[in-house]
Design a protein around this ligand. Structure first.
Ligand SMILES: *Cc1c(COP(=O)(O)O)cnc(C)c1O
Length: 383
């Protein structure tokens, strides 16, 4: 029999004697979530600096991590890309000028409680404020993890009523927190309520569970989601080390059921801000039938300045992907414009010159060539 959870080194941790059956249950993972410094220190050998960070950030943003995800981190190396996503740092307690509590300007667009309507045809629903793992770079730290509760049913029904009353809304994104912190019955109820709205076409579920707690993606859950298609699952891998066999299997179960699985990464300094990491990550995602959708430029939320990278870094990464590897593995670089003005996507400068008759293009190898515009351009008619 093949070893289960090969990426999780359980020897010399409190989980050494836990059966694979228990370890592989999502209820066990959530019940045994690591929530304090002593429990974390039994899995990772925390440095003094990390301990300081833990104390400094305690009043500011909740700490929490599944045993599964904590065990993927390197026990000895504080620079481990998974460890840095979990363990608070001293820098997180510092607020810089220009940072915002609400970097995406969601609050003014909250049309009813827990429903954001910013774009013409789609809405974002906060179904819970809980997560299996509280990512240190969370952009929604103003709401995430405070009460640790599901959005009360009455407030959700206000959101459904809003969508029902707005036929221009064609798509709903169930997010949070992590949407799959809801139990199966609750997810079933939310999906059923949305599907009962005739004009609503696409449902997206935003969840990091395939990464942080892949055992959440049970056959029973997949069966529920399958019934309400078209459903897209938007997940969030940031580093190739996160693509374990269990994570890949979780995504595979969804895809097998006809669910389209997309990935959104966040560009994080010192964690994944280089071409080689994204080549490896995206290659393995595509191999597992997960399509890279966005690389998000890190937002201007309070306390995450140390994770931010210059815009140029993201452009260099796209430059290092496009043409060099399968187009299926090339996502779009996405910047959420501060102040809630919406997302824009950026591409490297592939247009290097423009006249009335030619556009000059640079290719991925650095060759430069003129593209002749049509002799008779439709633009001429307009003149
Ligand atoms: C990101 C976002 C969406 C979805 O944007 P897409 O570009 O369609 O993925 C929708 N609503 C809000 C409020 C968002 O922040």
């Amino acid at each position: 029999m093949r070893a289960r959870y090969p990426g999780c080194a359980r020897a010399d941790t409190p989980y050494a004697d836990i059966s694979d059956e228990d370890f592989g249950r999502w209820s066990w993972q959530l019940k045994n979530r690591i929530t304090d410094i002593d429990a974390l220190n039994q899995v990772l050998d925390l440095t003094d600096r990390e301990r300081d960070g833990f104390r400094a950030t305690q009043p500011l943003f909740r700490f929490g991590c599944t045993p599964y995800y904590a065990l993927l981190a390197n026990r000895a190396d504080p620079e481990c890309p998974i460890r840095r996503q979990i363990v608070p740092s001293v820098a997180e307690a510092t607020v810089h000028i220009g940072q915002r509590q609400d970097p995406l300007g969601e609050m003014p667009r909250e049309v009813v409680p827990n429903l954001i309507h910013r774009y013409p045809d789609r809405v974002l629903l906060f179904a819970t404020d809980r997560c299996p793992v509280y990512c240190r770079f969370c952009t929604r730290r103003r709401i995430v993890g405070h009460a640790e509760q599901q959005t009360p049913r009455a407030l959700l029904s206000e959101a459904f009523e809003y969508i029902r009353a707005h036929p221009e809304v064609k798509e709903a994104i169930i997010s949070g927190g992590d949407a799959l912190m809801m139990g199966d019955h609750q997810i079933d109820a939310v999906l059923a309520a949305l599907r009962s709205i005739d004009h609503l076409d696409i449902i997206r579920i935003a969840t990091r569970m395939p990464v942080t707690c892949p055992m959440r993606v049970t056959p029973a859950l997949v069966d529920i989601i399958r019934r309400y298609g078209p459903v897209y699952v938007m997940t969030h891998f940031n580093h190739p080390h996160e693509v374990t066999r269990e994570a890949a299997d979780a995504c595979g179960r969804l895809v097998d059921a006809g669910v389209v699985v997309y990935n959104q990464s966040v560009l994080l300094r010192g964690i994944n801000d280089d071409v080689e990491t994204f080549r490896r990550l995206n290659r393995s995602l595509v191999h597992n039938r997960v399509t890279p959708y966005y690389i998000h430029q890190c937002d201007l939320a309070e306390g995450i300045e140390h994770f931010r990278t210059p815009i140029a870094r993201g452009l260099d990464i796209i430059d290092g992907l496009r043409g060099h590897m399968s187009g299926l593995a090339v996502p779009q670089l996405c910047v959420d414009v501060p102040g809630g003005l919406g997302k824009v996507t950026l591409v490297p400068d592939w247009v290097v010159g423009r006249t009335a008759h030619t556009t000059t293009l640079r290719t991925y190898t650095g060759d430069v060539a003129d593209y002749p515009e049509p002799v008779e351009s439709p633009d001429d008619d307009a003149a």
